[in-house]
Write a protein that binds this ligand. Sequence first.
Ligand SMILES: C[S@@+](CC[C@H](N)C(=O)[O-])C[C@H]1O[C@@H](n2cnc3c(N)ncnc32)[C@H](O)[C@@H]1O
Ligand code: SF4
Ligand code: SF4
Length: 330
Amino acid sequence: MANIMVTKRCNLRCPYCFANEFVNDSGDITINEFRSILDFILLDGSDPKLGLIGGEPTIHCEFDKLLNIIAEDERIKNCIIYTNGIKLKKFINLLENEKFRLLINCNDIRNSHSLFDEFSDSLDVAFHSISKRITLGANFYKPDYDYGYILELVKKYSCDKLRVSISLPNSKDYEYEPLNYFKIVKPHIFTFFRELKALGCIPFFDCNIMPSCVFTAEEMLEFEEWGRENPFSVIKNRHTGCVPVIDILPDGTAVRCFGLSEYSKTNIRNFACIQDLKFYYLRTVDAYALNSATDKKCISCYKFKTAKCTGGCLVYKIGKIIDKYEKECF
Ligand SMILES: C[S@@+](CC[C@H](N)C(=O)[O-])C[C@H]1O[C@@H](n2cnc3c(N)ncnc32)[C@H](O)[C@@H]1O
Ligand code: SF4
Ligand code: SF4
């Protein structure tokens, strides 16, 4: 799926933000550029879905116009808006259009009363009118991540699912080996998940999925049980690969997901259509990633050999991907 970064501006500065290479004080997409990127994504009819990201998309100076363009474009069946939720309230009428889904990334902003009040107000209004099309998200960005405020939100809005991201490193000096890091966060994740489960909420990962070798057989069984009870279970995402997620910046620069941005920049104008760009990333990033092991123990693992596990996010092996690519191409 392709996401359009409609603005580089943001009203928050999250410590874990992997878009921080681009997030700054200026850079709203123009309406013309937005239309031209939409045409590029939709031209070949291969994917009628798209995402809006930022920065914070809802602070784009003409966000209402962008929503109207999407609402009126018959080529678009589904649009996910990735938002921190703070400014949603004034767009609720437009978001009532069934095409829109909201992925609200919840940050702990309780220490800023004005932001927190605005956020709470927006969520109250949004859940009141379009609750079925809202998913809340939590970024588990450190082992001792204090998720108490998430539990409160889940309880308040009776959420039956929660998107959980184990945040990716946003700098090269990542502290842990990935599989060790997964093991370190696992007990905390489990406690969190069980508390969610007790509230009737099933968590799911949609990227950087924890590999099965991190869990014991009993833990896997527990997940299986949850899977039987709820279609959004973590277990549904046991295959740990990711389709080429493509993020397109306001000037047409494309990256193979923000996490891989330093190494995968190109421009949509170098490609005839979105499928061309996808194949380019499959050749230059994904194919090398599938052949690079996250950890030496993966090399003898059948899940690695059968491409059923990528060992977490591809970003963990970017150095190896580049080595392989350069050896083959130069
Ligand atoms: C870059 S944000 C932009 C949109 C909006 N400001 C927001 O926070 O949702 C888009 C998505 O990236 C995710 N994200 C940000 N930093 C991340 C990281 N280090 N690892 C994984 N996901 C991350 C957020 O959870 C959010 O869903
Ligand atoms: S994660 Fe979203 S809200 Fe947080 S700094 Fe990045 S763009 Fe802004
Ligand atoms: S491929 Fe690696 S990370 Fe995945 S299950 Fe096997 S050993 Fe674990």
